[in-house]
Design a binder for this molecule. Structure first.
Ligand code: FES
Length: 98
């Protein structure tokens, strides 16, 4: 959901988990977190058309490139850990052989 108030473009940020809303710190407009609908108009514009002042919503989806990047990072980390174990074992053997 868009995080900028549709009234006068303040950054939203006072979340209420109990009623699932976000409140604008500038003029106290309230927006429903699920739908983006303005549920309370700004106190400076009590007759604001709530329906037209709703927030834009965006779909979030996982992209394959993100998944691939995570897997590559995990593989790199695993290789580094394996390499470290090999080095430790080689060092141990050298110590035991002396
Ligand atoms: S800028 Fe958000 S209520 Fe006015």
């Amino acid at each position: 959901m868009y995080a900028v108030c549709s009234h006068a473009k303040c950054i939203l940020g006072i979340y209420s988990v109990s009623d699932m809303t976000v409140k604008c710190p500038c003029h106290s407009a309230k927006f429903d977190l699920m739908s983006g609908t303005m549920t309370e108009p700004p106190f400076v514009a009590p007759n604001a058309p709530n329906k037209e002042l709703g927030l834009k919503k965006y779909r979030i989806r996982e992209a394959d490139i993100f998944r691939t990047r995570i897997l590559n990072e995990a593989n790199n980390l695993l290789h580094q850990i394996c390499f470290l174990f090999i080095q430790i074992n080689v060092a141990r053997k050298e110590i035991n052989d002396t």
